[in-house]
Unconditional design. Structure first.
Length: 171
């Protein structure tokens, strides 16, 4: 059987999760791990959406309340509340960040043809945060662009001047 490369559609895997009853997705390639909710150490002077820091295998990871970041109120802890640990690049340096979500659903596959551009109106979050709207069966989900949600300058304000919070503070 000969496969015509022009007809092959790229398929990516996405982790889906809920924030305020809406389904969001992020590429699995950027997800380091999903953690059950754990105690978060508050950081004085941090932006309101930054809940604090946690220790993930010796690394201090800032935890962001996605509901607050999107202007939807504060995440309330339930049995399903979790922290999605994402790996981002900050000035060519690997940076971990935790995203607080109401729950994690599943890993799905979406082809490029299943993701449409974000609408110009009708979304409750900043449009630049949305990579696109994914269609899966009879439902829609927002595919997020975490590099836009947490750009370099903003990530730097979540840590000290060197871009790191000392590990001793998180333990």
């Amino acid at each position: 059987m000969v496969i015509d490369e022009a007809t092959v559609t790229a398929v990516d895997q996405f982790l889906t999760f809920k924030i305020s009853q809406e389904t969001y997705a992020v590429e699995v390639a950027g997800v380091q791990r999903v953690l059950e909710y754990q105690p978060i150490m508050k950081v004085p002077g941090a932006p309101p959406y930054m809940r604090g820091v946690i220790n993930v295998m010796g690394s201090v990871v800032p935890v962001i309340d996605m509901k607050q970041k999107f202007g939807m109120g504060e995440t309330e802890r339930t049995i399903d509340t979790c922290i999605v640990v994402l790996e981002l690049d900050l000035d060519s340096e690997r940076t971990l960040i935790g995203a607080l979500a109401d729950s994690v659903d599943e890993v799905i596959e979406l082809g490029a043809d299943s993701i449409e551009p974000a609408p110009r109106i009708g979304t409750s979050i900043n449009r630049r945060y949305i990579r696109g709207i994914g269609k899966r069966e009879d439902r829609f989900l927002m595919v997020l662009d975490f590099s836009e949600i947490f750009h370099g300058e903003e990530l730097a304000t979540l840590a000290d001047g060197e871009g790191h919070v000392p590990v001793e503070q998180a333990t």
